[in-house]
Design a protein around this ligand. Structure first.
Ligand SMILES: Nc1nc2c(ncn2[C@@H]2O[C@H](COP(=O)(O)OP(=O)(O)O)[C@@H](O)[C@H]2O)c(=O)[nH]1
Ligand SMILES: [Mg+2]
Length: 235
């Protein structure tokens, strides 16, 4: 990690603690009660509209709402499978008319959630829009800041949670540009990896129901974590 990368992370961390101090106490007690029996959690994180819910529907066969304009809800959505909890975290960014402060609040909520459940969270799937990636990075680069999803990725790697980067919407990447785009994404994320673990990158298209790469990556991780019994919940 170079000095510039580090400086950016420090800057972002300062922002996180500022938000934490300001954050009001939010009660998640009721859901927590229900979630107590879960011992293994997989979280899905990403900007609004990257396709988190579409992916979850496709790989689990559940029916989460998709394509709706994201509200400003800060609550995660949970799916239950035996002792496995699959959590769709609130999306951030993108939302028109939603202030930067609200976006920061969503991020703080996610950070807090991960900290509070770090023993239970074994895998984090970061969903990104493969077609929009470069544009997003460019925008943040101009402000000399790192995009929130990359910051969250970096944060996750600090906890030793296995990260999988699901590069969604590859159907929208031109064939000629495909290899280079995927490489650029891998390079960028790997620079912010704060532990020695290899990161799994899964190019997928949830819309075309082409999610095999992600299911494969999930199964790999489940196998490493000796939870082959959970294979059956992902197709
Ligand atoms: N082109 C394309 N669109 C997708 C893909 N996956 C999801 N979408 C669309 O992206 C929009 C947002 O999807 P959604 O699952 O609600 O995103 P979320 O906000 O991250 O949960 C919807 O209109 C989906 O149909 C994909 O692989 N390719
Ligand atoms: Mg959604």
């Amino acid at each position: 990690m170079n000095w510039r990368t580090k400086a950016r992370l420090v800057k972002r961390k300062k922002n996180i603690s500022k938000m934490k101090a300001r954050e009001t106490e939010r009660s998640m007690k009721k859901i927590e009660e229900k979630n107590k029996t879960a011992s293994f959690e997989i979280i899905f994180i990403g900007r609004s509209n990257v396709g988190k819910s579409t992916i979850l529907n496709e790989i689990t066969g559940e029916k989460l709402r998709t394509g709706k304009r994201p509200g400003v809800t800060l609550k995660p959505t949970h799916l239950y499978f035996d002792d496995l909890l699959v959590t769709d975290m609130p999306g951030f960014g993108f939302m028109n008319g939603v202030t930067e402060e609200k976006t920061e609040e969503v991020k703080t909520g996610i950070v807090r959630y991960i900290e509070d459940h770090k023993d239970r969270i074994k895998i984090a799937v970061l969903v990104i829009d493969g077609a929009a990636f470069e544009q997003i990075v460019k925008r943040w680069d101009e402000r000399d800041e790192i995009p929130i999803d990359i910051e969250l990725f970096s944060f996750i790697t600090e906890f030793g949670i296995s990260p999988i980067v699901a590069i969604n919407k590859v159907d929208r990447i031109e064939k000629d540009a495909y290899d280079e785009k995927i490489d650029t994404i891998k390079k960028y994320y790997n620079e912010y990896n704060q532990n020695g673990k290899n990161v799994a990158f899964s190019p997928i298209s949830a819309k075309r129901k082409e999610t095999e790469a992600l299911v494969k990556a999930l199964r790999n991780e489940l196998h490493v974590l000796k939870r082959n019994d959970l294979f059956k919940f992902f197709k």
